[in-house]
Design a protein around this ligand. Structure first.
Ligand SMILES: Nc1ncnc2c1ncn2[C@@H]1O[C@H](COP(=O)(O)OP(=O)(O)OP(=O)(O)O)[C@@H](O)[C@H]1O
Ligand SMILES: [Mg+2]
Length: 351
């Protein structure tokens, strides 16, 4: 720690529904302490499909959020998702990490559908290929430079300093690994169910074996309820949260809307099994605001026959309960998962 100053970082999760800020202070070997958190008012169409439509609205929302919650730290870790990033597992000849650097670059040209000069590349050697010891598996992360740049600029325009730009689904994984004890045998499917997008990340032993973004979330649940019961958008949103007084049977509608999610998970699982890469999913962890939608966890549990739970990304993080005055922590924490995973990052960390 520099001159005994406590290092605190702000994780900034810029979602399509709201912006979430999480400030964590490192307690050295005693873990982390939540010093502050905040969720903006809904953004209304300022971010569509992961792309920022109204920069001014977003930068104002970020500065207002930090100011209203009295968050002092200007050091920010943010994340991109969706079309800006490609995460791919590739198999290539076994090489030392040094030699791999150059080789990965050439390999990436075949796997990334953009000009290689337009992307920032990052990689992690996962280990020998299961079927051929002369080959190794490498996790390739390619992010479009212009999108990462424009994102960092946005953070600077909000008066903050972007230290790291991460990826949503890795941040969710990071948050959960810091709060749960997964065994090397556990195959954990992490689903970050937001408003527009669900990030799927199937992990084992800390390795993200399969990642995919699906267009499923609170918005699709609301739209399904709107169509089914001819409700206004506001009425449907309340019904989906289980807050409707009309006694509508909304759970079957939500289950129907989750069908694509279940199918995608089944396919991913079958693919990982055939490739001999990871075992069958043993545990499903849900996070993101729409993870709290009544019926979702139960539906997935019935479908997959494994424990499905709404994750608590604050399980092992210290905090003063006064920070949640008047609110149920378990109703807020799932929304903060990505922000927590980001604020846990420290410069020099590996992805
Ligand atoms: N208690 C709750 N019960 C059910 N749904 C909720 C609850 N709280 C929030 N939501 C829903 O969760 C969604 C917001 O979740 P989240 O903040 O994770 O999304 P986001 O990060 O803004 O969006 P995305 O990641 O898709 O761009 C909204 O659709 C909201 O209606
Ligand atoms: Mg999100």
């Amino acid at each position: 720690m520099l001159f005994g100053k406590k290092q605190s970082l702000v994780g900034l999760d810029i979602g399509s529904h709201t912006i979430k800020a999480v400030e964590l202070e490192s307690l050295g070997n005693k873990g982390f302490r939540l010093t502050n958190w905040g969720i903006s008012a809904p953004l209304a169409e300022a971010i569509v499909d992961g792309e920022i439509m109204d920069r001014q609205l977003v930068t104002d929302a970020i500065s207002n959020l930090l100011e209203s919650r009295a968050i002092k730290s200007r050091s920010v870790v943010a994340a991109v998702s969706g079309r800006a990033v490609i995460v791919k597992k590739i198999t290539m000849n076994r090489l030392s990490p040094e030699d791999a650097k150059q080789a990965v670059y050439w390999e990436a040209e075949q796997h990334v559908p953009y000009d290689i000069n337009d992307v920032s590349l990052d990689f992690e050697i996962l280990g020998p290929a299961p079927n051929d010891p002369k080959q190794m598996q490498v996790l390739l992360v390619a992010a479009k430079k212009d999108m990462v740049m424009s994102f960092s600029d946005l953070i600077r325009e909000s008066g903050l300093q972007p230290l790291i730009v991460d990826v949503d689904s890795f941040a969710a994984q990071n948050a959960l690994e810091a709060n749960y004890e997964f065994t090397p045998q556990d195959v954990v499917a992490i689903l970050n169910i937001g408003a527009e997008i669900t990030n799927i990340n199937i992990t084992q032993g800390g390795v993200p074996y399969f990642t995919k973004d699906l267009q499923v979330g609170g918005t699709s649940f609301t739209e399904a309820a709107q169509r089914k019961f001819s409700l206004s958008q506001a009425e449907a949103a309340a019904a989906v949260r289980g807050e409707s007084s009309a006694g509508l049977e909304v759970v079957p509608v939500i289950e129907q809307a989750c069908e694509g999610l279940a199918t995608a998970l089944e396919r991913a699982q079958a693919y990982l099994r055939t490739a001999g890469e990871a075992g069958t999913v043993t545990r499903v962890m849900l996070c993101g605001g729409s993870a709290m939608t009544p019926g979702v966890a139960e539906f997935l549990q019935r479908r997959f026959g494994v424990p499905v739970e709404i994750a608590n990304p604050l399980a092992r993080i210290a905090y003063d309960p006064a920070l949640f005055a008047g609110q149920d922590v378990m109703k807020v924490a799932p929304l903060l998962t990505v922000g927590i995973g980001l604020a846990l990052r420290r410069l020099g960390d590996k992805k």
